[in-house]
Design a protein around this ligand. Structure first.
Ligand code: SF4
Length: 419
Protein backbone atom coordinates (compact mmCIF):
# COMPACT_ATOMS: atom_id res chain seq x y z
CA UNK A 1 0.00 0.00 0.00
CA UNK A 2 1.47 3.41 -0.90
CA UNK A 3 1.37 6.34 1.50
CA UNK A 4 -1.71 7.89 -0.14
CA UNK A 5 -3.66 4.64 0.24
CA UNK A 6 -2.51 4.28 3.85
CA UNK A 7 -3.65 7.81 4.56
CA UNK A 8 -7.03 7.12 3.03
CA UNK A 9 -7.53 3.91 5.09
CA UNK A 10 -6.19 5.25 8.39
CA UNK A 11 -7.94 8.62 8.21
CA UNK A 12 -11.21 6.91 7.36
CA UNK A 13 -10.74 4.53 10.32
CA UNK A 14 -10.31 7.49 12.69
CA UNK A 15 -13.31 9.51 11.58
CA UNK A 16 -15.85 8.06 14.02
CA UNK A 17 -13.88 9.19 17.06
CA UNK A 18 -15.82 12.24 18.27
CA UNK A 19 -13.06 13.48 20.59
CA UNK A 20 -12.42 16.07 17.90
CA UNK A 21 -14.75 15.43 15.06
CA UNK A 22 -16.00 17.41 12.17
CA UNK A 23 -14.31 14.99 9.78
CA UNK A 24 -17.09 12.40 9.89
CA UNK A 25 -19.44 14.80 8.15
CA UNK A 26 -21.18 13.45 5.10
CA UNK A 27 -21.83 16.88 3.59
CA UNK A 28 -21.11 17.19 -0.14
CA UNK A 29 -17.71 18.50 -1.16
CA UNK A 30 -17.41 22.02 -2.62
CA UNK A 31 -19.92 23.05 -5.26
CA UNK A 32 -21.90 20.70 -7.50
CA UNK A 33 -18.91 20.02 -9.74
CA UNK A 34 -16.64 19.34 -6.75
CA UNK A 35 -14.76 22.57 -7.54
CA UNK A 36 -14.34 25.83 -5.69
CA UNK A 37 -13.32 26.08 -2.10
CA UNK A 38 -14.90 25.24 1.25
CA UNK A 39 -14.31 21.50 0.78
CA UNK A 40 -15.74 19.31 3.53
CA UNK A 41 -13.44 16.29 3.54
CA UNK A 42 -15.02 12.94 4.37
CA UNK A 43 -12.04 12.10 6.58
CA UNK A 44 -8.52 13.20 7.39
CA UNK A 45 -8.78 16.80 8.52
CA UNK A 46 -10.79 17.63 11.60
CA UNK A 47 -11.76 21.20 12.48
CA UNK A 48 -11.77 21.97 16.17
CA UNK A 49 -12.11 24.98 18.44
CA UNK A 50 -9.50 25.86 21.01
CA UNK A 51 -10.42 27.07 24.48
CA UNK A 52 -9.76 30.66 23.37
CA UNK A 53 -12.13 30.38 20.42
CA UNK A 54 -9.68 29.74 17.56
CA UNK A 55 -10.64 27.20 14.90
CA UNK A 56 -7.78 24.83 14.10
CA UNK A 57 -7.43 21.99 11.62
CA UNK A 58 -5.95 18.70 12.76
CA UNK A 59 -4.69 15.76 10.75
CA UNK A 60 -6.81 13.02 12.32
CA UNK A 61 -5.52 9.50 11.75
CA UNK A 62 -4.86 6.14 13.34
CA UNK A 63 -1.31 4.84 13.62
CA UNK A 64 -2.77 1.42 12.76
CA UNK A 65 -6.30 0.15 12.28
CA UNK A 66 -5.31 -3.44 13.08
CA UNK A 67 -6.94 -4.29 16.40
CA UNK A 68 -6.98 -7.40 18.58
CA UNK A 69 -10.14 -6.21 20.34
CA UNK A 70 -13.62 -6.82 19.01
CA UNK A 71 -15.75 -3.93 20.25
CA UNK A 72 -19.15 -4.44 18.62
CA UNK A 73 -19.68 -0.75 17.71
CA UNK A 74 -16.31 -0.16 16.04
CA UNK A 75 -15.45 -0.27 12.33
CA UNK A 76 -11.92 -1.40 13.23
CA UNK A 77 -12.87 -4.37 15.40
CA UNK A 78 -10.96 -7.61 14.83
CA UNK A 79 -13.91 -9.33 13.12
CA UNK A 80 -14.68 -6.46 10.67
CA UNK A 81 -13.91 -7.06 7.03
CA UNK A 82 -12.09 -3.81 6.35
CA UNK A 83 -8.76 -2.96 4.65
CA UNK A 84 -5.96 -2.85 7.25
CA UNK A 85 -2.83 -0.78 7.32
CA UNK A 86 -0.32 0.97 9.57
CA UNK A 87 2.02 3.93 9.29
CA UNK A 88 5.60 3.92 10.42
CA UNK A 89 6.74 6.59 12.87
CA UNK A 90 8.79 8.31 10.14
CA UNK A 91 5.88 8.31 7.67
CA UNK A 92 3.58 9.99 10.16
CA UNK A 93 6.16 12.57 11.17
CA UNK A 94 6.88 13.44 7.50
CA UNK A 95 3.19 13.59 6.64
CA UNK A 96 2.39 15.89 9.56
CA UNK A 97 5.28 18.23 8.73
CA UNK A 98 4.46 18.32 5.03
CA UNK A 99 0.77 19.03 5.65
CA UNK A 100 1.71 21.69 8.17
CA UNK A 101 4.13 23.41 5.77
CA UNK A 102 1.47 23.38 3.05
CA UNK A 103 -0.90 25.03 5.50
CA UNK A 104 -3.39 22.14 5.41
CA UNK A 105 -3.30 21.54 9.17
CA UNK A 106 -2.22 23.10 12.44
CA UNK A 107 -1.89 19.92 14.45
CA UNK A 108 -2.21 16.17 14.78
CA UNK A 109 -4.86 13.95 16.38
CA UNK A 110 -3.36 10.47 16.71
CA UNK A 111 -5.01 7.28 17.92
CA UNK A 112 -4.55 3.59 17.09
CA UNK A 113 -6.06 0.16 17.11
CA UNK A 114 -4.56 -2.16 19.71
CA UNK A 115 -2.46 -4.24 17.33
CA UNK A 116 -0.18 -5.64 20.05
CA UNK A 117 0.56 -5.14 23.76
CA UNK A 118 -0.96 -1.76 24.88
CA UNK A 119 2.43 -0.47 26.09
CA UNK A 120 3.99 -1.13 22.70
CA UNK A 121 1.17 0.67 20.88
CA UNK A 122 1.44 3.63 23.26
CA UNK A 123 5.21 3.72 22.68
CA UNK A 124 4.59 4.14 18.93
CA UNK A 125 2.24 7.08 19.49
CA UNK A 126 4.74 8.67 21.87
CA UNK A 127 7.56 8.09 19.37
CA UNK A 128 5.63 10.07 16.72
CA UNK A 129 4.96 12.98 19.10
CA UNK A 130 8.51 12.96 20.47
CA UNK A 131 10.11 12.92 17.03
CA UNK A 132 7.82 15.71 15.85
CA UNK A 133 8.78 17.87 18.82
CA UNK A 134 12.49 17.02 19.21
CA UNK A 135 13.72 16.31 15.70
CA UNK A 136 11.27 18.13 13.42
CA UNK A 137 10.85 21.12 15.79
CA UNK A 138 7.06 20.88 15.43
CA UNK A 139 5.34 23.36 17.74
CA UNK A 140 1.76 22.70 16.58
CA UNK A 141 -1.03 21.08 18.53
CA UNK A 142 -0.81 17.34 19.31
CA UNK A 143 -3.70 15.29 20.72
CA UNK A 144 -2.70 11.71 21.65
CA UNK A 145 -5.03 8.88 22.58
CA UNK A 146 -4.10 6.86 25.64
CA UNK A 147 -4.21 3.19 24.82
CA UNK A 148 -6.19 1.48 27.62
CA UNK A 149 -3.90 -0.70 29.72
CA UNK A 150 -0.68 1.21 29.05
CA UNK A 151 1.45 1.96 32.11
CA UNK A 152 1.57 5.22 34.04
CA UNK A 153 5.19 5.86 33.06
CA UNK A 154 4.15 5.97 29.40
CA UNK A 155 1.15 8.17 30.16
CA UNK A 156 3.49 10.57 31.94
CA UNK A 157 5.80 10.65 28.93
CA UNK A 158 2.91 11.11 26.49
CA UNK A 159 1.80 14.18 28.45
CA UNK A 160 5.22 15.76 28.04
CA UNK A 161 4.94 15.76 24.23
CA UNK A 162 1.19 16.14 23.71
CA UNK A 163 -1.07 19.13 24.35
CA UNK A 164 -4.06 16.97 25.10
CA UNK A 165 -4.52 13.33 26.14
CA UNK A 166 -7.73 11.36 25.91
CA UNK A 167 -8.97 7.87 26.66
CA UNK A 168 -12.42 6.88 25.52
CA UNK A 169 -14.74 5.63 28.22
CA UNK A 170 -17.05 4.56 25.34
CA UNK A 171 -20.01 3.16 27.32
CA UNK A 172 -21.68 4.43 30.48
CA UNK A 173 -21.56 1.25 32.60
CA UNK A 174 -19.32 -1.77 33.13
CA UNK A 175 -22.26 -3.99 32.24
CA UNK A 176 -22.48 -2.47 28.76
CA UNK A 177 -18.72 -2.62 28.31
CA UNK A 178 -18.81 -6.32 29.16
CA UNK A 179 -21.53 -6.88 26.57
CA UNK A 180 -20.23 -4.74 23.71
CA UNK A 181 -16.51 -4.42 24.39
CA UNK A 182 -15.66 -7.43 26.57
CA UNK A 183 -11.89 -6.94 26.27
CA UNK A 184 -12.15 -3.45 27.76
CA UNK A 185 -12.50 -2.67 31.44
CA UNK A 186 -14.07 0.41 33.02
CA UNK A 187 -11.56 0.13 35.85
CA UNK A 188 -8.61 0.33 33.46
CA UNK A 189 -10.07 3.35 31.62
CA UNK A 190 -10.82 5.19 34.89
CA UNK A 191 -7.27 4.32 35.99
CA UNK A 192 -5.94 6.15 32.91
CA UNK A 193 -8.04 9.25 33.79
CA UNK A 194 -6.67 9.08 37.30
CA UNK A 195 -3.07 8.84 36.04
CA UNK A 196 -3.51 11.89 33.79
CA UNK A 197 -5.23 13.86 36.49
CA UNK A 198 -2.57 13.03 39.11
CA UNK A 199 0.35 13.79 36.77
CA UNK A 200 -1.27 17.03 35.77
CA UNK A 201 -1.72 18.12 39.41
CA UNK A 202 1.85 17.09 40.30
CA UNK A 203 3.17 18.97 37.29
CA UNK A 204 1.35 22.12 38.37
CA UNK A 205 2.97 21.86 41.81
CA UNK A 206 6.42 21.24 40.27
CA UNK A 207 6.02 24.27 38.03
CA UNK A 208 5.24 26.47 41.00
CA UNK A 209 8.70 25.60 42.36
CA UNK A 210 10.63 25.28 39.08
CA UNK A 211 9.18 27.52 36.39
CA UNK A 212 11.23 25.88 33.63
CA UNK A 213 9.83 22.38 34.36
CA UNK A 214 8.17 20.90 31.24
CA UNK A 215 4.39 21.28 31.02
CA UNK A 216 2.25 18.15 31.21
CA UNK A 217 -0.64 18.02 28.67
CA UNK A 218 -1.51 21.74 28.96
CA UNK A 219 -4.87 21.27 27.19
CA UNK A 220 -5.90 18.62 29.74
CA UNK A 221 -7.80 15.43 29.04
CA UNK A 222 -11.07 14.55 27.32
CA UNK A 223 -13.13 11.45 26.65
CA UNK A 224 -15.88 10.13 24.40
CA UNK A 225 -19.14 8.38 25.29
CA UNK A 226 -21.16 6.52 22.68
CA UNK A 227 -24.87 7.30 22.94
CA UNK A 228 -27.53 4.82 21.88
CA UNK A 229 -25.44 1.65 21.47
CA UNK A 230 -26.45 0.47 24.96
CA UNK A 231 -29.54 0.79 27.09
CA UNK A 232 -28.49 3.46 29.62
CA UNK A 233 -30.75 6.50 29.88
CA UNK A 234 -29.73 10.17 29.71
CA UNK A 235 -29.82 10.51 33.49
CA UNK A 236 -27.12 7.82 33.83
CA UNK A 237 -25.01 9.47 31.13
CA UNK A 238 -25.30 12.97 32.63
CA UNK A 239 -24.54 11.61 36.12
CA UNK A 240 -21.42 9.90 34.78
CA UNK A 241 -20.25 13.02 32.92
CA UNK A 242 -20.76 15.12 36.06
CA UNK A 243 -18.59 12.67 38.02
CA UNK A 244 -15.88 12.70 35.33
CA UNK A 245 -15.70 16.51 35.38
CA UNK A 246 -15.60 16.54 39.16
CA UNK A 247 -13.15 13.72 39.85
CA UNK A 248 -10.73 13.93 36.95
CA UNK A 249 -10.84 17.61 35.94
CA UNK A 250 -11.96 16.45 32.50
CA UNK A 251 -11.94 19.33 29.97
CA UNK A 252 -14.61 17.81 27.75
CA UNK A 253 -16.84 14.79 27.53
CA UNK A 254 -17.81 14.22 23.89
CA UNK A 255 -21.04 12.44 23.08
CA UNK A 256 -21.06 10.39 19.93
CA UNK A 257 -24.41 9.22 18.56
CA UNK A 258 -24.06 5.52 17.82
CA UNK A 259 -23.65 4.97 14.09
CA UNK A 260 -24.98 1.56 13.06
CA UNK A 261 -21.83 0.35 11.32
CA UNK A 262 -23.69 -2.44 9.50
CA UNK A 263 -25.53 0.18 7.42
CA UNK A 264 -24.49 -0.03 3.73
CA UNK A 265 -21.71 2.43 3.03
CA UNK A 266 -20.47 2.43 6.64
CA UNK A 267 -18.41 -0.75 6.22
CA UNK A 268 -18.15 -3.68 8.58
CA UNK A 269 -20.84 -6.13 9.64
CA UNK A 270 -23.81 -5.71 11.92
CA UNK A 271 -23.67 -7.35 15.33
CA UNK A 272 -26.67 -8.92 17.11
CA UNK A 273 -25.56 -7.26 20.39
CA UNK A 274 -26.22 -3.81 18.90
CA UNK A 275 -29.62 -2.12 18.69
CA UNK A 276 -31.33 -2.15 15.33
CA UNK A 277 -31.83 1.57 14.73
CA UNK A 278 -32.33 3.32 11.38
CA UNK A 279 -29.68 5.99 12.01
CA UNK A 280 -27.62 7.76 14.68
CA UNK A 281 -29.69 9.42 17.49
CA UNK A 282 -28.48 12.92 16.63
CA UNK A 283 -31.14 14.92 18.50
CA UNK A 284 -30.38 12.94 21.66
CA UNK A 285 -26.67 13.63 21.18
CA UNK A 286 -27.39 17.35 20.73
CA UNK A 287 -29.52 17.52 23.89
CA UNK A 288 -26.74 15.79 25.84
CA UNK A 289 -24.26 18.41 24.63
CA UNK A 290 -26.67 21.11 25.83
CA UNK A 291 -27.04 19.39 29.22
CA UNK A 292 -23.25 19.14 29.42
CA UNK A 293 -23.02 22.87 28.70
CA UNK A 294 -25.40 23.53 31.63
CA UNK A 295 -23.08 21.62 33.99
CA UNK A 296 -19.91 23.32 32.78
CA UNK A 297 -21.02 26.92 32.33
CA UNK A 298 -24.39 27.42 34.01
CA UNK A 299 -23.59 25.79 37.37
CA UNK A 300 -26.31 23.12 37.14
CA UNK A 301 -25.83 19.91 39.13
CA UNK A 302 -26.37 16.70 37.13
CA UNK A 303 -29.34 15.88 39.41
CA UNK A 304 -31.11 19.15 38.53
CA UNK A 305 -31.01 18.62 34.79
CA UNK A 306 -33.15 15.49 34.88
CA UNK A 307 -35.01 15.34 38.16
CA UNK A 308 -37.44 12.48 37.88
CA UNK A 309 -37.44 11.68 34.19
CA UNK A 310 -34.87 9.38 32.59
CA UNK A 311 -34.52 11.15 29.24
CA UNK A 312 -34.01 14.76 28.10
CA UNK A 313 -36.94 16.39 26.35
CA UNK A 314 -36.27 16.27 22.61
CA UNK A 315 -38.54 19.23 21.89
CA UNK A 316 -37.08 21.89 24.19
CA UNK A 317 -33.53 22.47 25.35
CA UNK A 318 -32.72 21.25 28.90
CA UNK A 319 -32.55 24.75 30.39
CA UNK A 320 -36.03 25.60 29.11
CA UNK A 321 -37.24 22.20 30.35
CA UNK A 322 -35.86 23.02 33.83
CA UNK A 323 -37.51 26.47 33.81
CA UNK A 324 -40.87 24.95 32.84
CA UNK A 325 -40.62 22.45 35.70
CA UNK A 326 -39.84 25.35 38.07
CA UNK A 327 -42.22 27.92 36.70
CA UNK A 328 -42.78 29.23 40.26
CA UNK A 329 -39.23 30.75 40.08
CA UNK A 330 -40.49 33.05 37.30
CA UNK A 331 -40.99 35.73 36.15
CA UNK A 332 -37.57 36.91 37.20
CA UNK A 333 -37.04 40.63 37.58
CA UNK A 334 -33.88 41.34 35.61
CA UNK A 335 -33.42 44.67 37.44
CA UNK A 336 -32.79 42.73 40.68
CA UNK A 337 -31.74 39.12 39.90
CA UNK A 338 -28.21 38.09 40.84
CA UNK A 339 -25.78 36.34 38.46
CA UNK A 340 -26.76 32.79 39.46
CA UNK A 341 -30.45 33.60 39.01
CA UNK A 342 -29.83 35.18 35.61
CA UNK A 343 -28.03 32.02 34.46
CA UNK A 344 -31.23 30.05 35.04
CA UNK A 345 -33.30 32.13 32.61
CA UNK A 346 -33.80 30.58 29.14
CA UNK A 347 -32.38 32.92 26.51
CA UNK A 348 -29.76 34.44 28.86
CA UNK A 349 -26.23 33.10 28.52
CA UNK A 350 -23.20 33.61 30.73
CA UNK A 351 -22.01 36.59 28.64
CA UNK A 352 -25.39 38.33 28.54
CA UNK A 353 -25.83 37.73 32.31
CA UNK A 354 -22.51 39.50 32.96
CA UNK A 355 -23.46 42.35 30.62
CA UNK A 356 -26.82 42.79 32.37
CA UNK A 357 -25.04 43.20 35.72
CA UNK A 358 -22.60 45.74 34.24
CA UNK A 359 -25.27 47.83 32.49
CA UNK A 360 -27.58 47.71 35.50
CA UNK A 361 -24.98 49.53 37.60
CA UNK A 362 -25.18 52.51 35.22
CA UNK A 363 -28.79 52.66 34.06
CA UNK A 364 -32.14 50.90 33.97
CA UNK A 365 -32.62 48.05 31.55
CA UNK A 366 -35.06 48.10 28.62
CA UNK A 367 -36.34 45.21 26.51
CA UNK A 368 -34.70 46.71 23.41
CA UNK A 369 -31.45 47.12 25.32
CA UNK A 370 -31.60 43.46 26.41
CA UNK A 371 -31.48 42.40 22.77
CA UNK A 372 -28.30 44.42 22.30
CA UNK A 373 -26.80 42.68 25.34
CA UNK A 374 -27.28 39.32 23.61
CA UNK A 375 -30.44 38.15 25.37
CA UNK A 376 -32.61 35.96 23.12
CA UNK A 377 -35.97 37.56 23.86
CA UNK A 378 -37.82 34.98 21.79
CA UNK A 379 -37.08 32.58 24.68
CA UNK A 380 -36.59 34.89 27.65
CA UNK A 381 -39.90 36.81 27.10
CA UNK A 382 -41.94 34.18 29.00
CA UNK A 383 -39.67 34.23 32.03
CA UNK A 384 -38.65 37.83 32.72
CA UNK A 385 -39.93 41.21 33.85
CA UNK A 386 -38.24 44.59 34.13
CA UNK A 387 -39.80 45.89 37.33
CA UNK A 388 -43.52 46.01 36.53
CA UNK A 389 -43.05 45.69 32.72
CA UNK A 390 -43.28 42.38 30.97
CA UNK A 391 -43.68 41.00 27.44
CA UNK A 392 -45.44 37.75 28.21
CA UNK A 393 -46.57 35.94 31.36
CA UNK A 394 -45.27 32.57 32.57
CA UNK A 395 -48.76 31.30 33.31
CA UNK A 396 -49.12 28.09 31.43
CA UNK A 397 -46.00 25.89 31.04
CA UNK A 398 -47.75 23.76 28.40
CA UNK A 399 -48.38 26.82 26.20
CA UNK A 400 -44.79 28.05 26.65
CA UNK A 401 -43.46 24.59 25.83
CA UNK A 402 -45.54 24.59 22.65
CA UNK A 403 -44.25 28.05 21.70
CA UNK A 404 -40.62 27.12 22.34
CA UNK A 405 -40.66 23.60 20.93
CA UNK A 406 -38.15 22.95 18.22
CA UNK A 407 -37.27 19.85 16.31
CA UNK A 408 -33.84 20.94 15.24
CA UNK A 409 -32.27 21.23 18.64
CA UNK A 410 -31.80 25.02 18.55
CA UNK A 411 -32.33 27.02 21.70
CA UNK A 412 -29.27 26.81 23.84
CA UNK A 413 -26.50 28.05 21.64
CA UNK A 414 -23.17 26.36 22.02
CA UNK A 415 -20.20 25.41 19.93
CA UNK A 416 -20.07 21.64 19.66
CA UNK A 417 -16.39 21.22 18.99
CA UNK A 418 -13.42 22.19 20.99
CA UNK A 419 -10.60 19.93 21.85
S1 SF4 B 1 -10.08 -1.20 20.97
FE1 SF4 B 1 -12.21 -1.42 20.33
S2 SF4 B 1 -12.83 0.71 19.85
FE2 SF4 B 1 -10.58 0.69 19.88
S3 SF4 B 1 -9.98 0.29 17.75
FE3 SF4 B 1 -10.06 -1.69 18.78
S4 SF4 B 1 -12.11 -2.47 18.34
FE4 SF4 B 1 -12.12 -0.27 17.93
Amino acid sequence: MDLGEKLSVLASSAKYDASCASSGSGAPTGNKRGQGFGANLPAGVCHSWTGDGRCVSLLKVLYSNVCRFDCAYCVNRASADTPRSAFTVDELVDLTCQFYHRNYIEGLFLSSGIFTDPDMVMEKLIAVAKKLRKEAGFGGYIHLKIIPGSGEKLIREAGLWADRLSANIELPTDKSLQTLAPQKSGKVILGAFEDVSRNSAENEEDRKKIRSAPVFAPAGQSTQLIVGASEEDDRTIIGLSGALYRKFSMRRVYYSAFIPVGVPGRGGISDPRLPDIPGPPLVREHRLYQADWLMRFYHFNPGEILEDTPYLDHHVDPKTAWALRHIDHFPMDLQRADYEELLRVPGIGATSARRILEVRRLRSLSFDGLRRLGVILKRARYFVTLGASYIDQPEDPKRIRRMLSDQDGAGLQLPLFDF
